[in-house]
Design a binder for this molecule. Structure first.
Ligand code: ZN
Ligand code: ZN
Length: 368
């Protein structure tokens, strides 16, 4: 099967995060038909392995694609439109998987490299805790010297034929924040009998958003205080998001949030509960790998766009915490529409560029 047909099949039968059973079955079947060694991993993922013809087999490169879809009802009119009602490959993961399949097929036929090549078809990128953390928890690369983990993501802001590469910190960590402030509610006119939970939360929100810096985002998007003109509620709730580009920055803000909570308790005589639901860590590209990728792309006549940081999150960050890694963007053109929308349709012409980029990078590193 060629990559385009592979992509269209996966597109037609999208499955939600951690429920990629049929997708997994299909990938295993197709890899086995090509004689590629593979097995299930992290529940609904697939790990493929190809050994080169020479060199130290303990030296490895890992190529990663994600395979999950989103709870969106597809509104495109292509003949390979989603047949799973209310589920859609609206983030391009069908393409990521197909390009990885294409690269593995070619490298398996030639095996013209040194060391071992792994391919990860990773479940659950779109949902906490992220499939990447589950893959790594199984320690599939123990005993290997992993020279690079490489992943790519389609991007409609870049044209077909372009790749976007960012040396160093690239994408943000993403945590969910929740606050509860409780105290004695009561008649709003009897201030001596109440704790002003509403003012306490207002103060908490101001202190929290004061933590924004050029390197971090802290936003509160929801506050619920269900009192009335003359009622101070016993509890007020707020929630928001926090994004940072470095683990030290992230830990530092956690400490400041706790200090703020303490200060609010002292000042208003209330009880403050803070819950931080940790999301993905930031994606930090290996600087050398990023520059090597720029050279490889140029050799392949793929246009390089050097990118800056973007405040979006990706569970690829877990790999970048463990191994030298590179995550780059693959242009699919503005006509593809917006990702995570019902009409997103990335241009398949980009797949050739994505496959060549991944394949050349793998060979470049393995044969170094
Ligand atoms: Zn997505
Ligand atoms: Zn995605």
């Amino acid at each position: 099967m060629n990559s385009i047909d592979f992509r269209r099949h996966i597109h037609q039968y999208p499955e939600l995060s951690f429920g990629e059973h049929k997708t997994q079955e299909f990938i295993l079947e197709q890899l086995q038909a090509e004689g590629i060694e593979c097995r299930a991993i992290a529940g609904t993922g697939v790990l493929a392995k190809i050994e080169g013809r020479k060199g130290n087999l303990k030296r490895a490169v890992v190529l990663r694609a994600d395979i999950d879809a989103l709870p969106i009802k597809e509104l495109t009119e292509v003949e390979y439109c989603s047949r799973n009602e209310g589920v859609m490959h609206a983030c391009g993961h069908d393409m990521h998987a197909a390009m990885l399949y294409g690269v593995l097929c070619r490298l398996n036929r030639e095996r013209n490299f040194e060391g071992t090549l792994f391919g990860i078809f990773q479940p659950g990128e779109e949902l906490n805790p992220g499939g990447a953390s589950m893959i790594l928890a199984e320690r599939p690369f123990e005993g290997y010297d992993v020279a690079a983990v490489i992943g790519q993501h389609v991007d409609a802001r870049l044209d077909v034929g372009q790749v976007g590469i960012c040396p160093g910190v690239f994408m943000a960590s993403n945590d969910e924040l929740r606050f509860w402030i409780s105290g004695h509610g009561g008649h709003a006119a009897r201030r001596e009998d109440i704790n002003d939970t509403v003012t306490a939360m207002a103060d908490m929100v101001v202190r929290t958003t004061a933590l924004n810096t050029p390197n971090s985002v802290v936003s509160i998007g929801k506050v619920i205080a269900e009192g009335a003109t003359n009622v101070i509620p016993g509890e007020v709730y707020a929630e928001g998001t926090m994004r940072t580009f470095a683990s030290e920055e992230r830990e530092h803000i956690y400490t400041l949030l706790a200090a703020n909570a303490n200060a609010i308790e002292q000042k208003y005589g209330v009880k403050v509960k803070v819950d931080i639901s940790r999301g993905y860590p930031s994606v930090t590209n290996d600087v050398m790998l990023a520059y090597e990728a720029m050279i490889v792309a140029t050799d392949e006549n793929i246009t390089v766009r050097e990118m800056g940081r973007i405040p979006m999150a990706e569970d690829f960050g877990y790999y970048t915490e463990c191994y030298p890694s590179l995550f780059y963007r693959l242009g699919v053109g503005a006509a593809s529409g917006g990702s995570h929308t019902a009409t997103f349709l990335p241009d398949e012409a980009a797949m050739d560029y994505g496959e060549r980029m991944m394949l050349r990078m793998a060979l470049h590193i393995l044969n170094k």
